[in-house]
Design a protein around this ligand. Structure first.
Ligand code: ATP
Length: 158
């Protein structure tokens, strides 16, 4: 009888079979400039791309997109993690999803009062600078505050 370990005989066969049976999963990393926010497996990522909401599933084609402020959802079966992000980038390649976010907060990290104040300030600035270049920054601030309010309200709805 050979002393060869069983693991060597398998030689990655189990992994290949899992892939063939379509049970591939996503490896997801969410980082901001100053800290890692999330790292784990998922079966779906929904992100606020600048051209509209995108849904990433395993086997997705290689993809790179700019994100705008909004809600990022990482789903794993019936578990769901939601983040308010302040825009950034998403890259997808070989079932690895990397989100590089300008800011990212989970619901419980959001100061909802601060977000409401930010929304009020941003609305005033959007009105004041209508059709002027400054309105762009104000519109982004408005999106960030709306995303925070939306994600924060998920806690109270549970
Ligand atoms: P504000 O005008 O209230 O500062 P902002 O949209 O200008 O809001 P950002 O520049 O997006 O703020 O974020 C700066 C930092 O503050 C980031 O680290 C972000 O995570 C954090 N932050 C901003 N708003 C909130 C909030 N309402 N609750 C918790 N953290 C927040």
């Amino acid at each position: 009888m050979s002393d060869e370990p069983i693991r060597d005989k398998d030689n990655g066969q189990a992994d290949r079979e899992a892939v063939d049976q379509g049970v591939r999963r996503l490896d997801v990393v969410v980082v901001t400039g100053d800290h890692p926010v999330f790292e784990g497996e998922a079966d779906r990522v929904v992100a606020p791309a600048i051209l509209g909401q995108i849904s990433i599933l395993p086997h997705h084609a290689a993809y790179l997109a700019v994100l705008e402020p909004g809600e990022l959802v990482v789903r794993d079966g019936d578990q769901e993690e939601s983040f308010a992000i302040g825009g950034g980038f998403i890259e997808v390649r070989d079932d690895i999803v990397i989100v590089l976010a300008d800011s990212a907060e989970r619901a419980h990290e959001i100061d909802i009062r601060r977000a409401h104040e930010a929304r009020r300030r941003a609305r005033t600035l959007v009105r004041r600078y209508r059709n002027q270049p400054e309105s762009q920054a104000a519109r982004q601030a408005l999106r960030r505050s709306r995303a925070r309010i939306k994600v924060a309200q998920r806690i109270s709805r549970r």
